[in-house]
Design a protein around this ligand. Structure first.
Ligand SMILES: CSC[C@H]1O[C@H](OP(=O)(O)O)[C@H](O)[C@@H]1O
Ligand SMILES: Nc1ncnc2[nH]cnc12
Length: 312
């Protein structure tokens, strides 16, 4: 086996966060394994740096990969260190994240193994997960009307559609209900989410998407339906076996989907998007409200890790 380095000296702009059943990304050269630490602790897993050969330039593009629930799925949804994950990725240079999630379907037309590129989210977490970088002496309010990045979404949906007919079915909009878990929903909750217009349900979209937004990172989740939760008359109530079974059966398509997105993002024409130029400076110029005299030393240190030099 080739030597895997423990450092990587060039900036890495694109990351993939893998969820249930997607704890690694095969088919890429594994160049380095990094173990960064942040003011918010350590990420869910060591960060694998993978080289992806850009089909347009032929040059290798580095991709950072984190396994959301740890290398062996040892972290429950409410235990995922989301702030450490996002801060560690940002500190490596990451400005674009493709996040993968196994979800329950709330609509008949979203069948198990279908993919959904959501454009909205409803928060049903219970406030027990740390959900912001801006606290303890530095207040900030980020716009969250579009929780996912609309331009990145266009690229992701185009890539997904290009795989259709090869076993991939894609829905290019949808509302994710992010529930607390780890227990699955009651039938009354599942019916309520359907009445709200929810498309799919998971336990991971938040605060991940919110923290990425605060960190000025373009973020899009790709969901793969694994079950009909517990509202469906004949499909049977969701179980872990159902989720894992469908994830495993369709993992090749999930990996092909992610690979197609990485191929597209590595094109020069997307350079500004991948660097999230459209988000750059948002927190500095309009997000943070605390006047210099009110900022605590600790908050300055923490926010300085995320945005070196922004608030000096
Ligand atoms: C194992 S079933 C519930 C679990 O699956 C999803 O994980 P992820 O979003 O990381 O793919 C869901 O959000 C729950 O955490
Ligand atoms: N039914 C469900 N509810 C919440 N998270 C899920 N992940 C996969 N299926 C799910």
């Amino acid at each position: 086996m080739a030597n895997i380095a423990d450092s990587y000296n060039n900036p890495i702009t694109i990351a993939v966060i893998g969820g249930t059943g997607l704890q690694s990304l095969d088919g890429f050269s594994h160049i380095a394994t990094l173990k960064p630490t942040t003011p918010w602790g350590n990420p869910s897993s060591p960060i694998s740096i993978l080289h992806h050969d850009s089909p347009s330039s032929g040059n290798p593009i580095p991709i950072a990969f984190i396994s959301r629930h740890g290398l062996h799925h040892e972290l429950a949804p409410h235990e995922v260190p989301n702030r450490a994950n996002i801060a560690a990725l940002r500190s490596l240079g990451v400005r674009t994240i493709i996040a993968f999630s196994a979800v329950g379907s709330l609509q008949e037309k979203i069948k198990p193994r279908d993919f959904v590129v959501p454009d909205q989210v409803i928060d049903r977490t219970k406030g027990i997960r740390p959900f912001t970088f801006f606290e303890g002496g530095m207040v900030g309010h980020v716009g969250f009307a579009d929780p996912f990045d609309p331009t990145l979404a266009q690229i992701v949906t185009k890539c997904g559609h290009s795989l259709e007919g090869e076993g991939v079915r894609l829905h290019d909009k949808g509302t994710v209900i992010c529930m607390e878990g780890p227990a699955f929903s009651t039938r009354a909750e599942s019916d309520m989410y359907r009445s709200w217009g929810g498309s799919v349900v998971n336990m991971s979209a938040l605060p991940e998407a919110k923290l990425a937004k605060e960190a000025e990172i373009a973020y899009q989740m790709i969901c793969m339906s694994t079950d009909y939760d517990c509202w469906h008359d004949s499909a049977g109530d969701v179980t872990v076996e159902m989720v894992m079974g469908n994830m495993k059966a369709n993992s090749l398509n999930a990996r092909r989907f992610v690979g197609a997105v990485l191929n597209e993002l590595s094109k020069e024409e997307h350079e500004d998007l991948v660097l999230a130029k459209h988000l750059e400076g948002g927190m500095k110029f309009s997000g943070a409200v605390t006047a210099p005299a009110g900022r605590s030393e600790q908050a300055k240190k923490n926010i300085g890790f995320l945005f070196p030099g922004y608030f000096d």
